[in-house]
Design a protein around this ligand. Structure first.
Ligand code: AMP
Length: 462
């Protein structure tokens, strides 16, 4: 499904295309039409799922549909942290093509600048609750004309003790408004907040089931960009990987890998958007019958296929959208069977890996394979979403999510992992959130900004 099927206006579709997004993520697919209808929404979605665009895009459209000339605040987004407030406000600017009058209000910085920005007139305010209330008390903000309220990462706001602040903010808003609540988890507290806040809400749930992730042992093998195929062959030959679904980003990448594997004497076949239905069916039958060991697939192609509990999923390349990682590894370890997800990660993919770890809220164990230790002298290169191939991004493949990806800035290194099964449980540690989206590239199919390995591959392990 493309963005145009969601009912968004052409200017927003252009903005989305400028970001390089070709397909909406699941939360966007579900939430955008509901928000456009004016419904209240309870959404279970966490960072990395594309949730920000899921509320910012339809919010911009609804405001534009009833645009007014006055300078009152019409939309209010509450976030737990100043970093998130900054990110969301930046998304507002990006998706509105700089047209929306928006401002971010958060603590820890001077009051005066924010007062000035509010005075000049902001239609959309993205704020942390405490500082917002400071403004309300000082009379420097008027929330009586808010039409759309978004609580982003509501569970975190409650964890951070903002419930009273939130209730105080609610009391400053008009009764008639549209309310959207996004939360990764649904505690009793969140439900009771939602009950009081939302009016006959639609609900959307895309947060990955923890159990799916927990049933899969995950490991990252750091390796040089040019040695991935060699490593994969090695893992298969040494029986560290048996039958597996192998993910590449592009159709071209899938074809090339299959050719090389076949040359290495490993039976493999590709399935992707350019393969006919009979070809796909045959590849699947071959896999089931054990005639091939590896089925190389792009994201989209893999979605519809039904393979029971494959022992391994291999991320030959990491997906561009963190949530896709969870979908991919969900292809193993089904029905109570423990699966293993192996990711071959090169220096270029450090930022993608960190985003995935942030989504999982745990680090993934890094294990270097002797003889394939990455050469630390190799510098990261931007990931080419088109790999010089026509149509690389159009369909098939996580490249279908091609985008000017948010390259995270340096965040703390993921906590070192311990033990072979470090990836199994939820470590419960939430890696720090740093400002993101600082190196957004502007053209579809262009490359991702990249800062390399920082915090990436574990120290060498034996
Ligand atoms: P969020 O969950 O809102 O923090 O978004 C996670 C990341 O996904 C951000 O870097 C977004 O730029 C990116 N993103 C959002 N929507 C899409 C999409 N439809 N296709 C590809 N990337 C997306």
């Amino acid at each position: 499904m493309s963005f145009s099927a969601l009912g968004l206006r052409p200017d927003l579709l252009r903005a989305v295309a400028r970001q390089g997004y070709t397909d909406p993520t699941p939360v966007q697919r579900e939430a955008i039409p509901l928000v456009l209808e004016g419904r209240d929404l309870l959404a279970g979605a966490q960072t990395g799922t594309g949730k920000t665009a899921a509320f910012v895009l339809p919010m911009l459209q609804r405001l534009a549909d009833s645009s007014t000339r006055d300078r009152r605040i019409r939309a209010l987004v509450l976030t737990p942290t100043r970093e998130l407030a900054i990110q969301v406000e930046e998304s507002v600017r990006v998706y509105s093509g700089g047209q929306a009058r928006s401002t971010a209000i958060y603590g820890g910085v001077g009051f005066g600048g924010q007062v000035g920005a509010l005075r000049r007139g902001a239609e959309i305010v993205v704020a942390t609750p405490g500082r917002l209330l400071d403004h309300a008390r000082q009379g420097t903000i008027d929330l009586r004309s808010v039409e759309i309220l978004v609580l982003d990462e509501a569970d975190r706001m409650l964890d951070m003790g903002f419930i009273r602040d939130i209730r105080q903010v609610l009391a400053l808003l008009p009764d008639r408004r549209q309310n959207l609540l996004f939360s990764a988890t649904f505690s009793r507290e969140i439900r009771s907040l939602a009950e009081g806040l939302l009016d006959r809400p639609a609900s959307v749930q895309v947060t990955p089931e923890n159990t799916a992730v927990e049933l899969v042992a995950q490991v990252v093998h750091p390796v040089d960009r040019e040695r991935k195929r060699e490593l994969l062959t090695h893992l298969v030959r040494t029986r560290q990987i048996d039958q597996a679904l192998v993910f590449t980003r592009t159709k071209h990448g899938a074809n090339k890998l299959v050719e090389q594997l076949n040359r290495d004497g490993i039976a493999a076949a590709a399935i992707h958007g350019n393969k006919s239905q009979p070809q796909r069916v045959r590849a699947l039958a071959d896999l089931r019958a054990g005639r091939i060991l590896l089925l190389v697939a792009t994201e989209v192609a893999a979605r519809g296929i039904d393979i029971e509990a494959l022992p391994h999923v291999v991320n030959y390349e990491l997906p561009m959208v963190p949530a896709d990682y969870v979908h991919r590894i969900g292809r193993t370890g089904r029905a109570g069977v423990t699966g293993i997800a192996v990711s071959l990660v090169c220096v270029d993919e450090g930022p993608l890996l960190r985003e995935i770890e942030r989504l999982l809220k745990m680090p993934i164990e890094k294990v270097e394979i002797p003889g394939f230790e990455p050469n630390r002298a190799i510098r990261p290169q931007p990931i080419k979403l088109r790999s010089g191939q026509r149509g690389g991004m159009q369909n098939g493949g996580s490249a279908g999510h091609g985008r000017g990806h948010a390259a995270p800035t340096h965040r703390g290194a993921p906590a070192g992992s311990a033990g072979r099964n470090a990836g199994r449980g939820r470590a419960g540690r939430r890696p720090d959130r740093g400002p993101r989206r600082q190196e957004r590239s502007s053209a579809p199919g262009s490359s991702i900004g990249n800062r390399g390995w920082s915090g990436m591959p574990g120290e060498r392990r034996g």
